[in-house]
Design a protein around this ligand. Structure first.
Ligand code: UDP
Ligand code: MG
Length: 317
């Protein structure tokens, strides 16, 4: 019998966990020929999430949980889940039922057809705030243009993968993880299926505008060095224009003699060049900060409690 691990990152999900377990259980009870295991990751929740998970673990034998020492973010939670998975197929899904468990059926079918991965794509973003939809769409447009990987708009982390692909994903041990990019970067044969956006069953989203914005910047810098190129090109252009202007001034002075006015243009240029320099430094800084964080090689997550038999932590000793 093939084993399927359901990896569920949870951060303050006390309101929805029971419903999630029941709904998902309903679906998998109707599927024969597979053995399912839940791997819940409590990402440093401040509410009763861990308590509920420990309750599950006592009541049901198909429940494993890993609880972090603090909130490390969904990326770290997914990484921990994948690292501690032992199944033939691994499925990552949200605890809030926004990733409909009934899709497990077509996903398993795709895996049996020979795909390495079956990823679900949100066909619509109905129900999401308009501003968020707008910026998310811009983000995907930009990231797909400038980066080496292809990230379809609407593709979340909701996907089923086989062992080979999961091993490849785990092998990418970068500390600042951006899974959408990683999934695409590792390649493998992926089948895409669509699903309608559903609203969160209970509780509220853990993302706000700035969190998403900074996540988007991480996504771009993790998979593209294009911003660095832009700043070199802009620098080159500014320097070239300055040089042409210099020659113009020399010739003008030689022909017409000295003239003093030019205060406004001087100040404007100084400010413009200063701004450009700061921007370039900022972009450079983003990448240096990334190198700094990677070089320190801090663990992606720290486990505080778990019922996994031989938990794999992430200490590079
Ligand atoms: N999540 C997590 N750690 C975090 C934030 C979120 O594990 O720091 C989990 C959360 O519990 C949920 C999933 O990631 O299962 C998606 O989060 P959310 O529903 O808040 O995001 P949205 O659906 O609004 O994109
Ligand atoms: Mg959600």
């Amino acid at each position: 019998m093939k084993k399927v691990d359901l990896i569920v990152p949870c951060f303050n999900e006390e309101q929805v966990l029971n419903l999630f377990y029941d709904e998902t259980k309903k679906v998998i009870n109707g599927i024969s020929g597979y053995e399912f295991t839940f791997i819940f990751i409590d990402d440093g929740s401040k509410d009763r999430t861990l308590e509920i998970l420990e309750g599950f673990a006592q009541k049901y034998k198909d429940v494993k949980y890993i609880s972090f020492s603090r909130n490390f973010g969904k990326e770290s939670a997914m990484y921990a889940g994948l690292k501690n998975s032992t199944g033939d197929y691994m499925l990552v899904l949200d605890a809030d039922l926004q990733h409909p468990p009934k899709l497990i059926i077509p996903m398993l079918e795709a895996m049996e057809e020979g795909y390495d991965c079956c990823a679900a794509n949100r066909a619509t973003r109905d129900g999401d705030p308009a501003l968020r939809t707008f910026f998310t769409r811009r983000f995907y447009r930009i990231v797909n243009k400038i980066s080496e990987v292809d990230m379809p708009d609407g593709a979340g982390d909701f996907r089923m993968m086989n062992r080979a692909m999961v091993n490849a994903v785990i092998a990418m041990s970068e500390v600042q993880r951006f899974s959408k990019g990683i999934f695409s970067w590792v390649g493998f044969k992926t089948k895409w299926i669509n699903f309608e956006n559903v609203e969160r069953a209970a509780g509220e989203t853990k993302w706000n505008f700035w969190k998403l914005f900074s996540y988007a910047i991480d996504g771009i810098t993790a998979f593209s060095t294009f911003p660095l190129k832009v700043s070199s090109y802009v620098g080159l252009f500014t320097a070239a224009s300055a040089f042409i202007y210099l020659i113009y001034i020399i010739i003008k002075t030689l022909i017409f003699g000295k003239d003093l006015p030019g205060y406004a243009s001087t100040i404007t240029l100084i400010l413009f060049v200063g701004g450009m320099l700061l921007l370039a430094c900022g972009i450079l800084g983003e990448y240096i900060a990334k190198i700094y964080l990677e070089v320190k090689n801090r663990p992606v997550y720290i486990i505080r409690r778990t019922n996994v038999d031989e938990p794999k932590d992430d200490y590079h000793i």
